[in-house]
Ligand binder design. Structure first.
Ligand code: FE2
Length: 264
């Protein structure tokens, strides 16, 4: 019998890829930084089991952006899963990121990995519609014997930036009630806020992660960028139900965001 093994996932988030390779946002070529992040992952000695891409893959939800994304991510030769963010178009994604369909439940050994769609068309902030909450409650019940992690684009908690905190999941309380009633949710991983945070929540923990392009300034009341380089999060799921996680940051010498930009 084979030994139970540790499963490593890597969270990639908020790539904001444009319709062509030269598209720049806040002075950053988002396609280039996405490729640099992939190159960093490809150079690691510990190959992850899967890349979890937590939304805002595209800057404007256009098919060309998803094609560029799919074209690049296949070079690292690691399976990947994705979920939509507010800048994405879920319907367009489902027909253009065809090498990996949308999976709402994945298994890694004893672990279960749930993806929730917090993006609602035409809305910047997040909401978990009734069907998502229902799916979560049902799955937490049916998988009650397993350690579980959840991925979703918008965080259900404030991260300390007033302007971003207005965009957190609007019905976070319902989400919290469902998670708190289960005892096996080890962590929730979110994107959207382009920065690393950790918060105790619903008897579990919420982690947010750096973007693969530009980062938002921490503790800022209004829109503001930071000079931090692109990054990604690793997550180790151990066979005894223990979870470890951390962030890796790229070191790009000429990384310079345009601080005059007021939106993205
Ligand atoms: Fe977002």
């Amino acid at each position: 019998m084979s030994q139970p093994q540790t499963h490593r996932l890597i969270q990639l988030t908020d790539a904001h890829i444009g319709e062509d390779r030269h598209h720049r946002l806040a002075g950053i070529c988002t396609y280039d930084t996405f490729r640099q992040v992939l190159a960093d992952i490809a150079a690691r000695r510990d190959v992850p089991d899967m890349l979890m891409v937590t939304g805002d893959i595209a800057a404007l939800g256009k098919q060309e952006a998803y094609k560029l994304f799919a074209e690049q991510i296949r070079f690292v030769d690691i399976p990947y899963a994705w979920l939509p963010g507010n800048h994405d178009d879920f319907d367009v994604m489902q027909t253009s990121v065809t090498s990996a369909p949308y999976w709402s439940l994945l298994e890694f050994g004893d672990w279960r990995v749930i993806s929730l769609n917090s993006a609602v068309s035409g809305q910047v902030g997040g909401t978990l519609i009734e069907a998502e909450l229902e799916f979560l409650a049902t799955t937490l019940r049916s998988e009650s014997g397993h350690p579980i992690i959840i991925f979703t684009h918008h965080p259900p908690v404030s991260v300390g930036c007033k302007w971003l905190d207005k965009q957190k999941i609007s019905n976070a309380h319902e989400f919290e009630t469902i998670v708190a009633s289960a005892s096996n949710v080890r962590a929730v991983f979110c994107g959207h806020v382009h920065q690393e945070t950790e918060t105790r929540w619903a008897g579990s923990r919420i982690y947010t992660s750096p973007s693969t392009c530009f980062q938002f300034a921490a503790n800022s009341a209004d829109f503001a960028l930071s000079n931090d380089c692109p990054g990604y999060r690793w997550i180790d799921l151990h066979p005894d139900g223990y979870l470890e996680t951390g962030v890796c940051r790229l070191d790009i010498a000429d990384f310079a965001v345009d601080h005059q930009v007021q939106n993205y």
